[in-house]
Design a protein around this ligand. Structure first.
Ligand code: CO8
Length: 258
C-alpha cells in the first residue's frame, strides 16, 4: 500500500499535520498537496479544533516542489490542469490560525508553504531558501510576493536572485520567523503555542487573523477602518464580555465560542 503523504493527529484542540515523504525530504507533489488541502479544510470545519499545526521531519519541513515530477511537464500540463499550484488557495481559505513548525530544510515551495502559514516557529537547524533560480525557475507559490512583504525587498531579492540560504537565526533577525527553539524542543514548543492559541475565543482569533492579513492587502486607512469595525463587532460577542468580566472578577474566562 502506498505510504500516506501526510499524517494527521489531534492533540487537545490542536489539529496537527505532518508532511510525510521522508525519502524525498517532503518534496511537494500533487498527492501531498491534495491531502494537505483536504486536511486543512477538515480541521477548519471541525468545531473541536482551534488551531492547526503543520510540521515536517527533523531533516526537512519540505525541500520544495517535487523536481522529479515536474522535470518533464509542458506548459499545457501545468496551465490546464493546475499541477502543483492548484491547492495553494486552499491554505488562504483557512480561517483558524495555522502554525508552521520548521526543522531542517524549508526550500522553494516548502519555504513558500511556511510563508503561507500565520506563524513560523523554527528549530535551530531550520534553513530557508528560494533556490528556484538554480533550476531556471521562479518561486511560484507566493514566494516573490510574500517574502518581500515579510522581510523587505532587499533581503527577498537577495534570496530569490542568488538562492541565498538563511539560517534560523538570520530568519529570526529578518522577521521571517517568530520564534527559534532548540531542535529537541520544537515539537513541544510548537504544540504549546498552538494549544495556547486554541484556548482563546475562536471568533476573536479569526477576526485578528483577518485583520492582520489586511495589513498586507489594503491601504493603511482601509486596514484601520477594517480593524475598527472588527473591534466594534467584538462588543456583540459573549466571549468578549466574558473575557472582560473575568478579568475584573479575577478569575479565568470561560469562552463559549472556541
Ligand atoms: N524534489 C524531488 N526530490 C527531492 C527534492 C525536491 N525538491 N529535494 C530533495 N529531493 C530528494 C533527492 O533527490 C534525494 O533523493 P535520492 O535519495 O533518491 O537521490 C533525497 O531527496 C535526499 O536529497 P539529497 O541527497 O539532495 O539531500 P542533501 O541533504 O544532500 O541535500 C537539499 C538537501 C539541499 C535540500 C537538496 O536535496 C536540494 O537542493 N533539493 C532541492 C531543493 C530545491 O531546489 N527546491 C526548489 C524546488 S522548485 C520549487 O519548489 C518551485 C516552487 C513552485 C511552486 C510549486 C509549489 C509546490
Amino acid at each position: 500500500m502506498a505510504r500516506a503523504t501526510i499524517l494527521t493527529e489531534i492533540h487537545g484542540r490542536v489539529g496537527m499535520i505532518r508532511l510525510n515523504r521522508p525519502a524525498q525530504l517532503n518534496a511537494l507533489n500533487d498527492e501531498l498537496m491534495d491531502a494537505l488541502g483536504t486536511a486543512l479544510l477538515d480541521f477548519d470545519a471541525n468545531t473541536e479544533i482551534g488551531a492547526i499545526l503543520i510540521t515536517g521531519s527533523d531533516k526537512a519541513f519540505a525541500a520544495g516542489a517535487d523536481i522529479a515530477v515536474m522535470a518533464n511537464w509542458s506548459y499545457m500540463d501545468v496551465y490546464q490542469r493546475g499541477f502543483i499550484t492548484r491547492n495553494w488557495e486552499t491554505i488562504r481559505q483557512v480561517r483558524k490560525p495555522v502554525i508552521a513548525a520548521v526543522a531542517g530544510y524549508a526550500m522553494g515551495g516548502g519555504c513558500e508553504l511556511a510563508l503561507a502559514c500565520d506563524i513560523i516557529i523554527a528549530a535551530e537547524s531550520a534553513q530557508f531558501a528560494l533556490p528556484e533560480i538554480k533550476l531556471a525557475m521562479l518561486p511560484g507559490a507566493g514566494g516573490t510576493q510574500r517574502l518581500p512583504r515579510a522581510i523587505g525587498k532587499a533581503k527577498a531579492m537577495d534570496m530569490c536572485l542568488s538562492a541565498r540560504m538563511l539560517s534560523a537565526q538570520e530568519a529570526d533577525r529578518y522577521g521571517l520567523v517568530s520564534r527559534v527553539v532548540p531542535d529537541a524542543e520544537l515539537p513541544a514548543a510548537a504544540l504549546k503555542v498552538a494549544t495556547q492559541i486554541a484556548g482563546y475565543s475562536l471568533p476573536a482569533l479569526m477576526a485578528i487573523k483577518e485583520a492582520v492579513n489586511r495589513a498586507h492587502e489594503s491601504s493603511l486607512s482601509e486596514g484601520i477602518l477594517f480593524e475598527r469595525r472588527e473591534l466594534h463587532a467584538r462588543f456583540a460577542s459573549e466571549d468578549a464580555h466574558e473575557g472582560m468580566h473575568a478579568f475584573l472578577d479575577k478569575r479565568k474566562p470561560v469562552f463559549q465560542h472556541r
